[in-house]
Ligand binder design. Structure first.
Ligand SMILES: [Zn+2]
Length: 310
């Protein structure tokens, strides 16, 4: 279906829904259509913004670093695109690329865990849900970890934990500033306790890096950052940055509402709400993130230099 046909269908659908005079009916039908266009555009040219509903040409969206051209909301970005956006061209040196996951619990639900891994590896071109390495940000050397939401929802299994731990140890050894960009649904349930123990392992490595060595760790939260990732390294940054409108939380909003038996505010678990309550340091648009990181690191290094000399 071409985009013009789709728009015509949307217009007709809207009119039919209006003629029913039911507000709920309009919503229901429009939501149904959204699913259709998303499915259709897996191989297509167009997609739809999940925030404003605007129709976007995928080529232009890519050129704009996956930021909606209508409402400027940051949409989901792959780890590869993120590295290209943040790291100076030609300076990226990946670490531990060949560590691959196994299936210690022989887990299966509707599908075998090994099959899910294989599918994600085929789709993303990487072996698990994080890329780590070193590179330059506006000429400043850093150690960078970027989670890949497209790989099983960016879930943290033993490979993610091991790669991030090694990255932190490498940053400590080389005296590099550490940056981790998170995008994750939390711990990977298919690995059970092996996944949960990564929270403690990464946090212990960070303790050595931050408290003992007094080195700078900046975390960048992107949508969504939830579960065990929020409960460990994502919120342990010396500085915590976030993209606008990012969903950040531990348990889901509905679960909390059911437990507390009360309705939560509309902006609950958004970056804006977290900033208001002192849980974030800065919300920064994607287009300014690289500059913000390099300026922050420069400021940090200068202050350290003055302290050492003073
Ligand atoms: Zn939009």
């Amino acid at each position: 279906m071409s985009i013009l046909d789709w728009m015509e269908e949307q217009r007709q659908l809207h009119q039919i829904a209006l003629s029913f005079g039911e507000k709920g009916g309009v919503k229901k039908k429009l939501r149904f259509k959204k699913v259709e266009i998303e499915d259709e555009n897996k191989s297509g040219l167009w997609t739809r913004c999940e925030y404003c509903g605007g129709i976007l040409y995928i080529k232009h969206l890519k050129e704009n670093h996956q930021v909606c051209l209508s409402c400027e909301s940051p949409l989901q970005m792959s780890s590869k695109e993120r590295i290209e956006q943040l790291i100076d061209k030609g300076s990226w040196r990946p670490l531990d690329e060949m560590i691959s996951p196994c299936d210690p619990l022989h887990f299966y639900d509707e599908k075998r865990y090994t099959d899910r891994l294989f599918d994600s590896q085929q789709r993303t071109g990487i072996l698990d849900a994080v890329q780590t390495g070193t590179g330059l940000i506006n000429g400043i050397p850093v150690a960078l970890g970027v989670m890949e939401f497209g790989f099983m929802g960016g879930s943290m299994g033993s490979v993610v934990g091991e790669k991030l731990t090694r990255l932190i140890e490498h940053a400590l050894e080389e005296r590099l500033v550490l940056i981790i960009v998170s995008a994750s649904g939390g711990a990977r349930m298919q690995e059970g306790i092996f996944s949960l123990m990564q929270m403690a392992k990464i946090s212990a490595a960070l303790e050595a890096y931050q408290s003992s060595a007094n080195m700078l760790y900046i975390t960048v939260l992107t949508s969504p950052t939830t579960g065990g990732v929020t409960a460990s390294f994502a919120m342990l940054g010396d500085l915590i940055f976030s993209e606008p409108k990012a969903l950040i939380g531990f348990a889901g909003k509905r679960v909390i509402e059911q437990t507390l038996k009360e309705q939560l505010p509309e902006d609950f678990q958004t970056a804006e709400s977290l900033l208001k309550h002192g849980l974030l340091d800065l919300i920064i648009p994607r287009s300014l993130l690289k500059q913000a990181l390099s300026e922050t690191i420069t400021l940090y290094k200068r202050s350290g230099y003055k302290r050492a000399r003073g």
